[in-house]
Design a protein around this ligand. Structure first.
Ligand code: NAD
Length: 346
């Protein structure tokens, strides 16, 4: 069963890591090292089953290959998961044990933060291996950089649809006021856009209302807000059978990973005349930021911000291919990106 999946989706290596003394159950999936070492974060999640963890790590590692290639990073794609509750089961020993497994791969896999892990956890991993990024005193928290990339991506989409990237008076419905979403909301507001937002946490909502003057709606209502741009910055799979017909926007562009429940929803958005900015391109700022640690040069936020121009450039290429070939922007993104590995293999 596992080989059926890895053969179909092209994974190179899947490593099951077990260290009973440290309480570690982890899976590292290396999808591709064609363009370079496989970079991708470590997720810690209370998976209901081992199968669910495996499915997640296989899916996430493959999307890292696409994201890293699309950003032109010269890196392959990988991802790791620790099965456990991030609020209860974290110990220094757990992350050091994980670090030893990363080290055993000799640099084929490079880890970083993801959902459920943070800078402090990376610092423990760094006690056992060099193959970890997102460390304190180096690139640190990627969220502000991700947010700026999303902002540039929104402007590229607005320019494509409206003929100018001016955000003044543009209406945005933004879902999720977390590390990335709040910063996207701030950048949009400062550019003159009118932001309506939703979050399930009252303190996030209060901050957006008081500091940004954002309008707030109940989480379930955000899909129906009449707007120019719907910006998903919370969870994945939010474009699905229950939400698609309620969207009242011209553009979907936001930070969340895996926004479409499946590929069919890209076609349904296109049929409704909604431009979709493919998630793994618009949210690639975070990976550009951590990859900067691999350059060997001292970390420079200015250099990282300059590199973010790849995001609007790649999106415009994708929008143009989608229009000329009559394919969805999701298919166009995969085509543009796959060309990059084909060039290397050929
Ligand atoms: P976060 O956990 O800080 O923020 C998510 C926010 O969404 C939280 O405030 C949460 O309360 C809210 N939320 C959850 N369910 C919601 C719902 N149903 N309706 C409204 N709000 C809801 O996470 P983040 O780091 O800001 O990341 C946001 C998304 O962007 C995630 O999908 C993440 O995978 C993706 N992403 C993040 C980065 C990064 O640099 N942090 C990089 C690439 C992609």
């Amino acid at each position: 069963e596992i080989f059926k999946e890895t053969f179909e989706k092209g994974h190179e290596q899947v490593v099951f890591c077990s260290d009973p003394a440290a309480g570690l159950k982890a899976i590292i999936a290396i999808h591709s090292t064609v363009l370079g070492p496989a970079l991708g974060g470590l997720r810690m999640w209370n998976y209901k089953s081992e199968e669910e963890a495996l499915t997640d790590v296989l899916r996430l590692s493959r999307s890292m290959t696409y994201k890293n290639a699309a950003m032109g990073l010269g890196l392959g794609g990988g991802k790791a998961v620790i099965i456990g509750d991030p609020h209860r089961d974290k110990t220094p020993e757990l992350f050091r044990a994980f670090g030893r497994f990363v080290e055993s791969l000799g640099g084929r896999y490079i880890t970083a933060e993801d959902v459920g892990t943070c800078e402090e956890d990376m610092n423990y991993i760094a006690q056992e291996t060099y193959h970890v990024v997102g460390l304190t005193g180096k690139s640190g928290n990627p969220s502000p950089v991700t947010a700026y990339g999303v902002f540039l991506g929104i402007k590229a989409a607005v320019e494509w649809v409206f003929g100018s990237d001016d955000l003044k008076g543009k209406k945005v419905a933004l879902q999720g006021l977390g590390h990335v979403g709040m910063e996207v909301a701030r950048l949009l507001t400062e550019s003159g856009a009118e932001v309506t937002a939703a979050d399930i946490y009252p303190d996030r909502v209060k901050e957006a209302q008081e500091i940004l003057g954002a309008k707030i709606v109940e989480p379930e209502k955000i899909y129906e807000v009449p707007c120019d741009i719907f910006s998903p910055c919370a969870l994945g799979a939010i474009i699905n059978e229950n939400t698609i017909d309620r969207l009242a926007c011209k553009i979907v562009a936001g930070a969340a990973n895996n926004q479409l429940k499946d590929e069919n929803f890209a076609r349904r958005l296109m049929d409704r005349g909604i431009l979709y900015a493919p998630d793994y391109i618009i949210n690639g700022g975070g990976v550009i930021n951590v990859a900067e640690e691999l350059s060997g040069m001292p970390y420079s936020i200015e250099r990282v911000f300059r590199k973010l121009s790849v995001i609007p450039a790649r999106l415009k290429e994708v929008f143009a291919l989608s229009r000329s070939e009559g394919i969805t922007t999701a298919e166009a993104a995969d085509r543009v990106t796959e060309k990059r590995f084909e060039k290397v293999v050929a």
